[in-house]
Design a protein around this ligand. Structure first.
Ligand code: NCD
Length: 312
């Protein structure tokens, strides 16, 4: 099967069909096996250059992309401090992208503005991978979330997933809900008043025929789910810090809460966590958020290899 990934940008999770998402997960599984077996380093991407351009803080996303490219045998040029580039002199994103595209074979972009990746793709002659555009999308996080659910639960459609926390500003849940809707996965959207999934995103889910319920209390869904996907309240996106303080510690996963959950429930979080999951949970078999973060490497290797045309 020719997947036709080569040269494509991924700005929104909708840019990938269900078949294409599945293809990424399958390729990732192969890379994960190679990594586990400590196979000699791959030379698939030898001579290729990935640019990572981060206009917002990041630990996992940038490092796992850079690790992924290195493990494919390619190399990386990186801007993690845009204040030290010509952006500080007033250069537009379009001009920055035109230049970076001349220096690389693909660009991973994180930017505070919603729609930035889509805009960048218009000016880039190489693929753009959206690593987060404001409160918009984070499609590669979704791929590793799906990979983790499939690996831990054995499938993606016959599970019930609770998306919990900041569903208004959280870009990881915007992408994940869209993907789960298309996969036919049942969802519970749990958010405090004011942080529910925005109306346009909900309308989008509705159009996709999504199966979901909404709740304000985690207690109302905890006994009924297979995957508990926690998120951080996105402090940096609140126009009013008082509003943030009101909802700051609204949900907290503890061992006492998990005692009321199904036995095999898995707890995921895109990280960083700032109090949503107590450290005591880390030692339970339910805690999968660090494995989830580790899965970022094989999943991003797969996406890069497909987009660079290194695997079919
Ligand atoms: C997330 C992000 O940047 O959207 N982090 C990540 O990429 N793992 C989640 C967050 O910042 O809360």
């Amino acid at each position: 099967m020719s997947t036709g990934f080569k040269g494509r940008s991924v700005c929104h999770i909708a840019d990938l069909s269900v078949e294409e998402m599945t293809r990424v997960l399958d390729v990732a599984e192969g890379f994960a096996q190679d990594l586990k077996a400590q196979k000699p380093p791959s030379r698939l991407a030898l001579g290729r250059v990935l640019a990572t351009l981060f206009f917002e803080p990041s630990t996992r996303t940038r490092l796992s992309f850079e690790s992924a490219m290195s493990r494919l045998g390619g190399s990386v040029v990186s801007v993690a401090q845009p204040g030290q580039t010509s952006v500080a002199k007033g250069e537009t994103l379009a001009d920055t992208i035109r230049m970076v595209a001349a220096y690389s074979d693909a660009i991973v972009l994180r930017h505070p503005q919603e729609g930035a990746a889509r805009l960048a793709a218009r000016y880039s002659k190489v693929p753009i991978i959206n690593a987060g555009d404001g409160a918009g999308q984070h499609p590669t996080q979704t791929l590793l979330d799906l990979y983790t659910i499939r690996k831990e639960k054995g499938n993606l459609s016959d599970v019930k997933v609770a998306l919990v926390g900041d569903l208004k500003y959280g870009r990881t849940v915007h992408s994940l809900a869209h993907a789960l809707a298309r996969l036919g996965t049942e969802m519970a959207l749990v958010a405090p008043e004011g942080l529910q999934m925005p109306a346009d995103a909900r309308a989008g889910l509705h159009d996709l025929g999504a199966r979901y319920s909404t709740a304000e209390r985690l207690d109302d869904v905890i006994g009924d789910i297979d995957v508990l996907y926690m998120t951080r309240i996105q402090k940096e996106r609140f126009p009013d810090l008082e509003e943030y303080r009101r909802v700051q510690n609204v949900y907290q996963v503890s061992n006492a809460l998990l005692a009321r959950a199904k036995k095999g429930v898995i707890v995921l979080h895109p990280l960083p966590r700032v109090g949503e999951i107590l450290p005591e949970v880390d030692d339970t078999p339910n805690a999968k958020y660090f494995d989830q973060a580790a899965n970022g490497v094989p999943v991003r290797m797969a996406l890069l290899a497909l987009i660079l045309g290194l695997v079919e």
